[in-house]
Design a protein around this ligand. Structure first.
Ligand code: GTR
Length: 390
């Protein structure tokens, strides 16, 4: 037993990548990259200049250094729809299951979408789309199994449609097999590039193909699609919303490192650790920033800024220090100057709110739920409040 303890002490001493900091007093002094200054030093003072000069530059920086390129062209897309009478929810909603097949150069990928649409709806409804990174039973179309992770009944009763697809349809969440989906089948050239997309890029790409489908579904208001993800899925929902401006809003739940939390705080999970545990999530270039957070030309507030002026809701859980709750709040706060260019006044308080004290504005939502790393009906109830006036 003692030997094991000694081993860990040694490991922490000799291998800084394993020594994650949870002590606020040890957060290093850092300066965030100025989201409103171009790489060549030009100050950005208007929405127009942000849109024209700085936004494309920031998007490219995230592409090149972190998430990889996002191919948008394919040859064709086909939707195979089965619809039923809604017995799964006693008639409260109609179940649509859609096989979305995307073709490129003779090969294809199939995304299975589960979608419940409230049957009482008189006009096209807004929809929450979950990028599901957990078990498929969480989004059980038969409703034999119900899960707080995707509380379909609650969402439908609030007047929204709810949808989900599973990340494994795009790229298995595994360092040895992640390339066997979209990457090898549709975009093999991406595998050869240091800024090529990997698993998180492939999942985000999948969300955009579901968006393609929503634009054809008369029951759905495709101008009101809220992309939702938890943890690795929450990193993906941010990237999807940053890339694809058709998403009207983004929910990023407990997304932590390389999600909504600032990297430069070096609190909880760090880049070196995430790259070691999940080398298949981010592009090759990102590995250069192991233990070198300050060398990155971006930080995560800039990813949130790419979503401006659309609404973003970020969450944390009080026991999930790994995902750095304070660093998440600060990232949202540091994105506000970009929202201000669109005439949106700052909505967030100066300091992070207490546990279970949601801050719900028009463009920003934030809460730190009591409890563990998870997505629960408490979280969903707040997402619904946030998007209710949509
Ligand atoms: C952890 C990882 C986090 C987060 C989490 C999850 O192991 O370190 O960044 O993504 O998994 O997805 O649940």
């Amino acid at each position: 037993m003692k030997r094991i303890a000694l081993f860990y002490i040694l490991l922490i001493t000799v291998c800084p990548a394993f020594a994650q900091n949870y002590d606020e007093s040890k957060v290093p002094h850092y300066t965030l990259p100025d989201v409103l200054k171009t790489t060549s030093g030009k100050a950005i003072k208007s929405e127009e200049k942000w849109e024209k000069l700085r936004r494309p530059e920031v998007l490219k920086l995230f592409e090149d250094h972190i998430y990889g390129q996002m191919p948008t062209e394919y040859d064709s897309i086909r939707y195979a729809l089965t619809e039923d009478d809604g017995a799964e929810m006693n008639g409260r909603a109609v179940l649509k299951q859609v096989g979305i097949t995307v073709f490129r150069k003779g090969k294809s990928v199939l995304i299975n979408l589960v979608l419940f649409v409230p049957s009482q709806a008189k006009k096209p409804v807004p929809v929450f789309l979950l990028i599901n990174n957990r078990g498929k039973e969480n989004t059980d179309p038969t409703r034999a199994k119900k899960s707080e992770f995707w509380p379909a009944e609650m969402v439908v009763d609030s007047g929204f449609a709810i949808a989900a697809f599973h990340v494994s349809d795009l790229a298995p969440d595994n360092k040895d097999t992640y390339a066997t989906g979209v990457l090898q089948k549709l975009y093999p050239e991406q595998l050869k590039k240091d800024n090529g997309m990997k698993a998180i890029g492939a999942w985000a790409w999948g969300a955009s193909r579901v968006m393609d489908y929503f634009q054809t579904d008369k029951d759905i208001d495709s101008k009101k699609v809220i992309v939702v993800g938890h943890s690795r899925g929450g990193k993906t929902s941010l990237w999807a919303a940053a890339q694809d401006r058709r998403f009207a809003a983004c929910v990023t739940n407990c997304s932590g490192n390389t999600g909504a939390a600032l990297a430069r705080r070096q609190y909880g999970e760090r880049i070196s650790r995430i790259n070691a545990s999940f080398p298949h999530w981010f592009n090759n270039n990102y590995k250069k920033y192991n233990d070198k957070e300050n060398a990155l030309p971006v930080d995560q507030h800039m990813l949130i800024a790419l979503i401006a002026p659309r609404p973003v809701y970020a969450t944390n859980a009080s026991k999930d220090l790994w995902a750095d709750p304070k660093g998440t709040f600060l990232a949202l706060k540091a994105a506000e100057p970009v929202y201000a260019l669109y005439g949106i006044k700052p909505e967030l308080p100066k300091d992070a709110p207490g546990i279970d004290k949601p801050v719900i504005g028009h463009r920003f939502g934030y809460h730190n739920r009591e409890g563990e790393h998870n997505m629960t009906s408490y979280d969903w109830a707040n997402f619904i409040r946030f998007t209710k006036g949509f």
